[in-house]
Write a protein that binds this ligand. Structure first.
Ligand SMILES: *Cc1c(COP(=O)(O)O)cnc(C)c1O
Length: 424
């Protein structure tokens, strides 16, 4: 059963200071999970996790992860700026972008980040903006076709916009070597939110074999393999979670069998996990503010899809706990809705929950990754606050809620809005 990391009493205490809705993060959970990941890959001396900033772009979160040995995986100018602001630079930054504006390569190079090229056509672009290449470059691979494992089709790389074909990546290595690049990385992301211990070892074996082949074909020295993101979490209460130590062991076995045998036992393993690092350690705290009894039973809450887009966008399941009613029978069927003028603004459809009254506090689970960071301002909705529950039990506001002033801030060109008296 899924249990929230916040109690009713603690939530009530927080709400007296910070009105709902807000995202709440669990520092202890974040740190312990990051340590488990490090332990699972400790067999590889060069191992490093580059946290996918897009999953949770809060500087306080980045700092906590950095203290646990993680770097940043950035994909845009502002993510690079954020990483720099937190003091995470140099080889602690991976720049894995696509459809990249040229000036972002420049910023990445200034930080000393690893540049992960999504496509062979980016080679002349990077050469033009940088003048020359860094000593180390990474290339993203896309094997095409359908990515299948024993438990069925995982994803469809042949349809994905990312990465280079097999012949392109070899060609890219040759061109880059010609231009003075000395060390190479290989990256691929073939399936998202995988809840199976087999995904990473399978992906790893594909990339390890590719590394051996590319080394033979081009003579390139491969210094790291970036397994990217994609390790998932159990959003559903009856799902078996991934076991990171089993995953680490699985990758280790493939490493010894493929790279070890080929005399390439010095390759570093990198990861770019986002969801796995943060999603379970965040939740969206919201209050039931309306009820409605028409063709269905509705509970309206004060959060909406701008705070958490996944249910509306992917039909994703997020577990809901009504605080203080954990032990009551789930004998009421509700649609739990937000207030957007969009019928897909529902956090749950036909969900069995305890009887909900106005004023009840609901916890929507697993919003620490791809939650707040996917937020937007549709319907003039304002982004919520983010609060960190520290290890000592205290709470820290790590991002305030937006106010109308923030919403109108970009209307500089309209005097009437610029001068509006929205002071809070
Ligand atoms: C989204 C993304 C990640 C993180 O994915 P998760 O599913 O959150 O682990 C890592 N690398 C790249 C290039 C991505 O686009």
């Amino acid at each position: 059963m899924k249990k929230p990391f916040v109690t009713l009493e603690k939530a009530q205490e927080l709400i007296r200071e910070y009105p709902t809705p807000f995202h709440l993060y669990d520092e202890k959970g974040i740190r312990e999970n990051a340590r488990r990941l490090r332990e699972a890959f400790s067999w590889n001396p060069g191992f490093k996790e580059y946290f996918a900033v897009k999953a949770n772009a809060n500087p306080f979160v980045l700092r906590i992860l950095n203290e646990e040995g993680c770097g940043c995986d950035c994909s845009s100018m502002t993510e690079l700026m954020l990483s720099e602001a937190v003091g995470i630079t140099g080889s602690d930054v991976m720049f894995s972008s696509n459809d990249t504006p040229p000036e972002e390569f420049k910023k990445a190079a200034e930080l000393g980040a690893y540049i992960n090229l999504d496509d062979i056509t980016q080679i002349p672009v990077v050469e033009k903006v940088l003048g020359s290449f860094p000593k180390t470059m990474c290339c993203r691979f896309n094997p095409g076709g359908i990515f299948q494992m024993s438990n069925g089709i995982m994803d469809n790389p042949g349809d994905a916009k990312y990465g280079m074909t097999r012949s392109q990546i070899a060609e890219a290595f040759r061109i880059l070597m010609d231009k003075g690049v000395e060390q190479f990385g290989i990256h691929a992301f073939l399936a998202s939110n995988t809840v199976t211990n087999e995904y990473y070892p399978k992906l790893a074996s594909i990339l390890f074999e590719l590394a051996v082949e590319l080394n033979k074909e081009t003579g390139a020295h491969i210094s790291f393999i970036n397994l990217s993101g994609g390790i998932g979490i159990p959003y559903l209460p009856d799902q078996e979670p991934n076991d990171i130590s089993v995953i680490g062991d699985g990758v280790h076995r493939c490493y010894d069998e493929i790279l070890g045998k080929a005399g390439m036992g010095d390759v570093k393993i990198f990861t770019e996990l986002g969801r796995y690092m943060l999603a379970p350690y965040g939740c969206l705290v919201t209050t039931a503010i309306n009820e409605k009894h028409t063709y269905k039973e509705y509970i309206g809450v004060d959060a909406c899809a701008v705070d958490l887009m996944r249910p509306a966008m992917y039909g994703a399941y997020h577990h809901i706990t009504v605080l203080g009613k954990e032990d009551q029978p789930c004998d009421h069927m509700y649609d739990v809705t937000g207030s957007l003028c969009e019928n897909n603004d529902k956090f749950a459809i036909d969900r069995m929950l305890p009887a909900i009254e106005q004023g009840d506090i609901l916890v929507i689970h697993d919003t620490g990754g791809h939650g707040y960071s996917m937020g937007y301002n549709y319907n003039g909705k304002l982004r919520s606050a983010e609060i960190l529950l520290r290890e000592d039990g205290s709470a820290q506001l790590i991002r305030r809620a937006e106010t109308p002033r923030d919403y109108f801030a970009t209307f500089d060109c309209f005097d009437i809005l610029r001068d509006m008296k929205y002071n809070d």
